[in-house]
Design a protein around this ligand. Structure first.
Ligand code: ATP
Ligand code: MG
Length: 313
């Protein structure tokens, strides 16, 4: 039995902070000039549109999984700075009704200027990269060796394949790394690329030891204007931002089953609902998706979702 309320939109009575942005999944509240309350809803998007109903616990799983990575990654990647501050709510009077809704699904982060690229790193050739490769033997216009097999690792290691950060309602466009230089500026482009590759590589190895192949991942970075440092922001290495494949069923040569939204995407495609706004997922798709998010969380953190809920009650 599941009695957890599913949160698809946030608006709190007598809330002390202003909502400054609504993403597809997260709502951002302004705590002060330098601090945001980053709230993950239970909304789920596929093919760039949001479903009508949500997935129980999804916002909390994304939040606590990201927090796990924000703790682990700086021990694996030298000089990594992140936007993470705390899972605690800000001290100012938050009504208890709001506090109980925000529990587990919010974190305070440093408010930064976000670089206008999605810093994607691909370790394995799949998805849009595989499609492009089959047509032109390139990935994001980067020439690739002949004879690559679907879902196999890139032979010379992970590659940096940025995309634009599209406005709401539009699709991100895959671009060549040289175009990212134009978007973020000569000064920061190399640092962003190096960090993205280093973070992906460290996380890929960490996850592989725990039974998950991270095929690719998308990062965002911000600028700390005081220190001129490039900072890892947003969510990190979750099933929403990455392709997770179960290691024990991994086999190159075909499309891979995954922990991420492939399950939902397949249901949408086979029912002719791909790209349609506000589709309501049936109960079994919701359950199946919830299980996938919990599986990924358990493998990566070593904690069952039930134990986390019991701990944080
Ligand atoms: P998608 O991830 O599918 O592209 P989205 O971009 O619409 O969805 P969400 O992930 O729902 O957005 O919300 C997060 C938003 O917050 C993004 O626009 C992201 O750029 C922004 N953001 C992340 N970290 C910070 C930060 N430290 N300071 C300011 N903005 C941030
Ligand atoms: Mg996002």
């Amino acid at each position: 039995k599941n009695t957890t309320p599913v949160l698809t939109s946030t608006s709190f009575k007598d809330f002390p902070y202003k909502k400054i942005a609504e993403g597809k999944v997260r709502d951002l509240y302004e705590v002060d000039n330098n601090t945001l309350l980053f709230v993950a809803s239970d909304r789920i998007s596929a093919y760039d549109v949001i479903m009508g109903n949500g997935v129980p616990h999804k916002g909390a799983i994304l939040t606590l999984l990201s927090a796990h990575w924000f703790k682990v990654l700086p021990t694996l990647v030298p000089n990594l700075r992140t936007h993470f501050l705390t899972l605690d709510l800000p001290g100012t009077s938050i009504p208890s009704s709001a506090a109980s809704i925000l529990a587990n699904r919010s974190m305070q982060v440093r408010r930064l200027k976000i670089f206008p690229v999605e810093a994607i790193v691909r370790g394995y050739i799949t998805g849009s990269a595989w499609k492009e490769y089959k047509l032109t033997q390139t990935v994001h216009n980067i020439p690739q060796p002949a004879g690559l097999i679907e879902a196999s690792p890139f032979p010379s290691g992970p590659i940096y394949t940025p995309s634009t950060k599209a406005e709401a309602g539009q699709n991100d466009q895959n671009i060549h790394p040289s175009e990212a230089v134009t978007l973020v500026g000569e000064k920061y482009a190399k640092r962003i690329e190096d960090l993205a590759i280093a973070i992906y590589t460290a996380a890929r190895d960490y996850a592989y030891e725990r039974g998950i192949v991270i095929a690719d991942s998308k990062f965002e970075f911000g600028l700390d204007e005081e220190t001129d440092e490039v900072v890892l922001v947003d969510e990190v290495m979750t099933p929403d931002s990455s392709r997770f494949w179960p290691k024990d069923r991994y086999e190159a040569g075909s499309e891979q089953e995954s922990y991420d939204k492939q399950f939902l995407r397949d249901w949408l495609t086979s029912n002719g609902l791909k790209g349609k706004e506000g589709v309501n997922m049936p109960e079994d798709i919701v359950r199946g998706t919830e299980e996938k998010y919990q599986d990924a969380f358990r493998l990566l953190t070593g904690k069952t979702w039930e134990s986390v809920l019991a701990e944080n009650l």
